[in-house]
Design a protein around this ligand. Structure first.
Ligand SMILES: CC(C)(COP(=O)(O)OP(=O)(O)OC[C@H]1O[C@@H](n2cnc3c(N)ncnc32)[C@H](O)[C@@H]1OP(=O)(O)O)[C@@H](O)C(=O)NCCC(=O)NCCS
Length: 189
C-alpha cells in the first residue's frame, strides 16, 4: 500500500454517495469512536433532507453554528473520509475545533487519505481566502498531529480545555505564502 492514495476527490455531499458515507460512520461507531451530532440523518430525516442539510450548512447553518463547507473524500466511488471547512471561528471554535474537522473511514486509514484530503481542502478557494487556518487536536492523536504537520501546520500552543476536559494542541497553517499544488487526485471545483 503506497503512502499516497491513487485518486482522491473532494465532493459535496450527495444522495448518490450518502450510503457509502453512512457505511463509513458505521465503521467508526463499531470501533466506539465519537459520532458528533448532525453527522447522520436524524430519526425522521430522509436521506435527501440529510444531504440538503449538509449542503445548506455552507449558507444557512443551524442556529449557533458558523457556516461550513462539508466535503466527502471519494476514492474509487467509495467515501473514505469527511472534511469540513468552517468559514470563521467563534469563541467556542477558537478554544476547541478550529476551522477544520476531518475523519477518515477506519478501513482506509494509514493510506495517506487524511493528508491528501487536508491538502485538497487547503487548496480550495475558500481556504485560500481565509489565508490562515486553525486546527486543533489532542496531543496523543499522533495520526492527526502528523496529518497537520505534513500540511504545514505550526504548533503555536497546547492547553487544557476545561469544557472538553482534554488537552489540545493548536496549529495554524498559513496559506498566504504558499501556492496550491495540483497533483493527481486534486479536485477541479
Ligand atoms: C487522523 C486521521 C484523519 C488520519 O487519517 P489517515 O488517512 O489515517 O492519515 P494518513 O494515512 O494520511 O497519515 C498521516 C500521518 O499520520 C501517521 N499515522 C496515521 N495513522 C497513524 C497511527 N495510527 N499511528 C501513528 N502514526 C499514524 C502517518 O504515518 C502519517 O505520518 P507521516 O506523514 O509523518 O508519515 C484518522 O486517523 C482519523 O480519522 N482518526 C479519527 C478521527 C480524528 O482523530 N480526527 C481528527 C480530530 S483532530
Amino acid at each position: 500500500m503506497g503512502d499516497r492514495p491513487s485518486v482522491i476527490r473532494l465532493q459535496r455531499p450527495s444522495t448518490a454517495r450518502a450510503p457509502s458515507f453512512l457505511e463509513s460512520i458505521a465503521e467508526m461507531r463499531a470501533l466506539g469512536e465519537t459520532i458528533w451530532e448532525g453527522w447522520e440523518p436524524g430519526p425522521s430525516e430522509s436521506l435527501a433532507d440529510f444531504v440538503r442539510r449538509l449542503q445548506r450548512a455552507e449558507h444557512s447553518p443551524a442556529p449557533g453554528r458558523v457556516p461550513e463547507s462539508i466535503y466527502w473524500a471519494v476514492r474509487d466511488g467509495v467515501v473514505v473520509g469527511r472534511i469540513a471547512l468552517r468559514h470563521r471561528l467563534n469563541a467556542s471554535l477558537e478554544e476547541f475545533g478550529g476551522h477544520i474537522g476531518y475523519e477518515v473511514r477506519p478501513s482506509a486509514r494509514r493510506e495517506g487519505v487524511g493528508k491528501e484530503m487536508l491538502r485538497l481542502l487547503l487548496a480550495r478557494p475558500k481556504a485560500r481566502e481565509l489565508g490562515r487556518v486553525l486546527l486543533t487536536c489532542a496531543p496523543d492523536n499522533i495520526a492527526s498531529n502528523r496529518t497537520i504537520l505534513a500540511n504545514g501546520g505550526v504548533l503555536t500552543r497546547s492547553a487544557f480545555v476545561e469544557r472538553c476536559r482534554r488537552r489540545t494542541n493548536y496549529y495554524w497553517i498559513d496559506l498566504s505564502s504558499t501556492t496550491p499544488t495540483t497533483s493527481r487526485g486534486s479536485d477541479r471545483a
